[in-house]
Design a protein around this ligand. Structure first.
Ligand code: J81
Length: 283
């Protein structure tokens, strides 16, 4: 069965939309592995804790300081972009995405990153102690980089957030959130038929839902052999932070009987779910 999660990457995301000189909004959110502990909506001046364990092992005072840092950053960032736009040959609407985070690795090592995208394309990142442009960034980004690299105070704050705060936050969350992060939730599975792919053909659909964590393996089988035409859908989220997947197979109507759908998931141990197509699933 698929290996259980060994690591839980932490990712903070910022989405900023600048429609024109006066309309803008910035929303933030953060993920630890597959779960979302934080939100920071444009309308709000407080970091929203979405899980009972979101506080981690930081004190209220540490959270006050972090929240203050992010609110100052949010308003400075907005003002900075307005200034950059005056300076540069770019015009509204603008979309800026920033993502940053860290991951704890074995032997007490951690890895951090911060990068930004402009109009959907990577343009810059923070490396070591300075801002650098992305490989195919437009020339105007060099101007932005020059200005950003003159601000020693901000570079120190970014370094502190990435290399001190982030790994410490994650270490705390792995303790307070352990049982939810490491939970194992078994999938349910059922069969149905989909829209006929053509005359004399059947679309067999195997639905698998409600599992956590995300890694899963679902196959259409003939005896012990995996059917080569098996098509995986995308793993989709349910509302309760479990997952849903459908896997289909296009077969001649006469050859469906005896095929089975096999589900392997860490929550099931070696007890794979096996469902047989018996011809009664035609909807
Ligand atoms: C047009 C296309 C541009 C696309 C590029 C996007 C760039 C994103 C990267 N830049 C930033 O994220 C920084 C934005 C804000 C920063 O420039 C500063 O204005 C801001 C305030 O700094 C001032 O006050 C600080 C103390 O509060 C220091 O004294 C500093 O020296 C002084 O200049 N800086 C901060 O808010 C620091 C926190 C940054 C956290 C970044 C997390 C993503």
């Amino acid at each position: 069965s698929p290996a259980p999660h060994l690591s839980f990457p932490f990712r903070g995301l910022q989405i900023s939309s600048f429609a024109n000189r006066s309309w803008t909004r910035t929303d933030g959110l953060a993920w630890l592995g597959e779960l979302q502990p934080y939100t920071l909506r444009n309308e709000s001046n407080t970091i929203g804790f979405l899980k009972p364990w979101s506080r981690g092992t930081f004190s209220d005072q540490q959270w006050e300081q972090l929240q203050h840092t992010f609110l100052v950053y949010r308003s400075s960032f907005t003002r900075d972009i307005w200034e950059f736009v005056k300076m540069l040959p770019s015009d509204y609407p603008l979309e800026i995405q920033v993502s940053g985070g860290c991951e704890l690795l074995p032997r007490n090592i951690s890895e951090s990153f911060l990068r930004a995208a402009f109009q959907g394309k990577d343009v810059l990142s923070f490396q070591g102690m300075s801002w650098v442009s992305a490989p195919d960034a437009p020339p105007l980004i060099e101007e932005v980089i020059k200005v950003l690299n003159q601000d020693q105070g901000t570079k120190e704050t970014v370094h502190w957030l990435l290399h001190d705060i982030c790994p410490e936050l994650v270490r705390g969350l792995l303790q307070t959130g352990k049982s939810e992060l490491e939970k194992q939730v078994k999938p349910e599975a059922w069969l149905s038929s989909g829209p006929s792919p053509g005359p004399g053909r059947l679309l067999l659909v195997c639905h698998v839902s409600g599992f956590y964590p995300k890694p899963v393996r679902v196959m259409w089988m003939k005896g012990e052999q995996e059917e080569p035409g098996t098509r995986q859908g995308d793993v989709m989220p349910n509302v309760d932070s479990t997952w849903y997947l459908r896997v289909t197979l296009d077969v001649a109507a006469g050859e469906a009987a005896g095929l089975s759908c096999q589900v392997k998931h860490s929550s099931l141990g070696d007890q794979d779910i096996i469902l047989y197509w018996d011809g009664n699933h035609v909807s």
